[in-house]
Ligand binder design. Structure first.
Ligand code: IPE
Ligand code: IPE
Ligand code: MG
Length: 231
């Protein structure tokens, strides 16, 4: 039986690119490339789903900088390529993209990549059919700390409302968080926004996600009993 749940905002912890690749005798780089393709395909599917207004994707955490330098360089290269060649297609398809994460001068991006990321946040669409948040150099704790510091600097009281206006920009609360690849943890993803989210952990790796698997995730979500603290 389907419940009256709303799937306004869905989040994905895109895990398992490396394991997907090594289990096939491929390099981790190939895993990240396939992961990016899967992301682009899934965004197309989500854009055609009128129930979903926002989708957030965990692309690179504040902790992921501690990976081997070559892997970090590869991921940043793929990101740059996406921003230079592929993001335009999303805009043409009425999909607005926001980068969530620390893009300040002290962030470890090179200057060229940092300006490409900042330019994405300047691009606003009239009536987007989907808003995609890409969480890059993102950490949930870092986001809450930065928002709190902003409130203090502005002399505002630290309340949920004020914090939300700083943290979320225009985020909706997360209704569903999906993590691929079997690990059952948040790894510092959208901590504030996931307070009342449903969670699904899948055994398959990120590059294997597709329209059919998304339909299964939705099915499972719409059968959850969400109570929000009530009876
Ligand atoms: C997710 O896949 C992509 C990033 C974190 C950038 P992983 O690279 O974490 O893949 P596994 O977990 O090692 O398989
Ligand atoms: C979480 O995956 C971050 C992203 C998907 C970008 P990780 O692979 O970095 O998380 P852990 O290390 O398994 O917790
Ligand atoms: Mg991982």
């Amino acid at each position: 039986m389907s419940k009256d749940n709303k799937l306004n905002h869905i989040g994905f912890i895109m895990d398992g690119n490396g394991r997907w690749a090594t289990s096939r005798g491929l390099t981790r780089t190939q895993g990240h490339k396939e992961g990016l393709k899967a992301l682009e395909n899934l965004i197309k599917v989500l854009a055609e789903d009128s129930s979903v207004k926002q989708a957030s994707f965990y692309c690179f955490s504040t902790e992921n900088w501690s990976r081997p330098a070559l892997e970090v360089k590869t991921i940043m290269g793929l990101l740059k390529d996406f921003l230079q060649n592929d993001i335009q297609k999303l805009w043409e398809n009425s999909i607005e993209v926001k980068i969530k994460g620390d893009l300040s001068e002290k962030s470890p991006f090179d200057n060229n990549l940092r300006s490409l990321l900042l330019a994405v946040n300047d691009k606003k669409l009239e009536e987007p059919k989907l808003i995609v948040n890409l969480c890059i150099n993102y950490g949930g704790r870092d986001e809450i700390i930065r928002a709190t510091k902003t409130l203090i600097a502005k002399g505002l009281e630290v309340t949920e409302e004020n914090l939300e206006s700083e943290i979320l920009q225009a985020d909706l609360p997360l209704d569903l968080v999906v993590r691929t690849s079997g690990e059952q943890r948040l790894s510092n993803f959208l901590l504030w926004q996931s307070a009342y989210a449903e969670f699904i952990f899948t055994d398959y790796h990120w590059p294997d996600i597709n329209a059919e698997k998304y339909a299964e995730l939705k099915d499972s979500f719409f059968n959850r009993d969400r109570r929000f603290g009530k009876v």
